[in-house]
Design a binder for this molecule. Sequence first.
Ligand SMILES: Cc1cc2nc3c(=O)[nH]c(=O)nc-3n(C[C@H](O)[C@H](O)[C@H](O)COP(=O)(O)OP(=O)(O)OC[C@H]3O[C@@H](n4cnc5c(N)ncnc54)[C@H](O)[C@@H]3O)c2cc1C
Length: 404
Amino acid sequence: MNARQPGNVVILGTGATGYTAAKVLRAEGFTGDITLIGNERGATYRRPAVSKELLLGTKSIDQVVLGPEIDDVLVRAGVTATAITDSAVQLDDGDSVPFDTLLLATGSRARQLDLPGSGHAFTLRSATDVAPLHADILRTGSLLVIGGGLIGCEAAAAARALGAEVTVVEAASAPLNRIAPQSVSRMYRELHADNGIEIHTDVAVTEIEKQTDGTLRATARDGRAWCAGTVLVSAGSVPNTELAADLGLDTRSGILVDASMQTSAAGIYAAGDVAEVPNTVLGGTYRSEHWNGAIDQATRAARSILGLDVGPLDVPWGWSTQHGINLQFAGWTSASDEFVVVRGSIEERRFTACAVRENTLVGAIGVGYPKDIRQVRSRIANRDHIDRDLLGQDWLDQPHAVVR
Ligand SMILES: Cc1cc2nc3c(=O)[nH]c(=O)nc-3n(C[C@H](O)[C@H](O)[C@H](O)COP(=O)(O)OP(=O)(O)OC[C@H]3O[C@@H](n4cnc5c(N)ncnc54)[C@H](O)[C@@H]3O)c2cc1C
């Protein structure tokens, strides 16, 4: 390995990014001190399980732990960093932890809605959020989910499987609209309807009120209202950038980094949900907000800290499981509204659809053909020029359909 060895590395955040970076540092032969600091207690777990197996109750936290303890890593769990200077992290227990190199892996938190009565609602981000929500759903037997994105829809499906009556309200005109074209959103609406869940769109909730019978009533700006025993707000996430911004690091939506995860300050890196990385395909920057992005960026950060080659950034991809259907998506599906179905059919809930922009493949979304998504990722990375007439024949024998 390259000879660059900082004396010590402090990693802030014990999620997938922090854990993976510590593991890779040791695997690459780093012999200095590593301190992993985080405000959650217990071992690092697979956060995607929060809105799936953990909420359903089919797995316990011990069954979704990311990996074993890493040799020779000092873990400071259950403490919050309150400030960062250019050489130390201040903790809320009064300690100050000095660093030569710092990796910010502070992730995101659930977005709260600033409206009257929002204190009656749950949010869902961490393992500690799950048990009270699970218990309340079983107690009341009904759930209203405010927010029809991936996590809201997954939580709705889990609550339905628990036997609750479930309704989803979404501010946009379609569920999953950040990643899915209208045709796929429609399919998801039908999938949820088949499972007894209604999704209402264009709903701007303005108030949540507790009724005299203990149920909650959410009222929308246009006067529509829904009642349920339990309300979950699933309105996206907010990256934890405050400490970085206070330190003077460049931030935008996340902490700005280059392709080697280096922030605007020497010796300080950021990775995972909190990092805003260069988009080498479309230009600009983006935050991954998906599991594989966290693992890839953590690996890159650890290797760059050690002066090792990191190669190009992975094309992002993620997945979601709802009612037993596994959706996968890659690239930047929101960068185009032209999708070509290259395999299967959306109506049959088994398909691969590619997002094409100016004859370039920019994203893909699909159910049932994970190999397609892998293949699309390398084509996106290569910035392959797409002859749209060949796209269908290339991957399929049958002619393709252009959908909106
Ligand atoms: C409910 C849910 C379901 C998901 N499902 C999927 C899925 O199906 N597929 C997929 O691809 N992705 C999914 N994701 C996204 C994926 O889990 C995240 O992208 C990934 O976990 C991000 O990891 P991270 O380590 O960067 O951030 P995080 O996991 O957020 O970890 C950051 C850690 O830092 C801690 N921290 C923050 N500030 C401080 C501080 N000041 N002091 C101390 N500690 C601090 C936080 O408490 C947290 O423990 C899901 C996310 C959620 C919330």
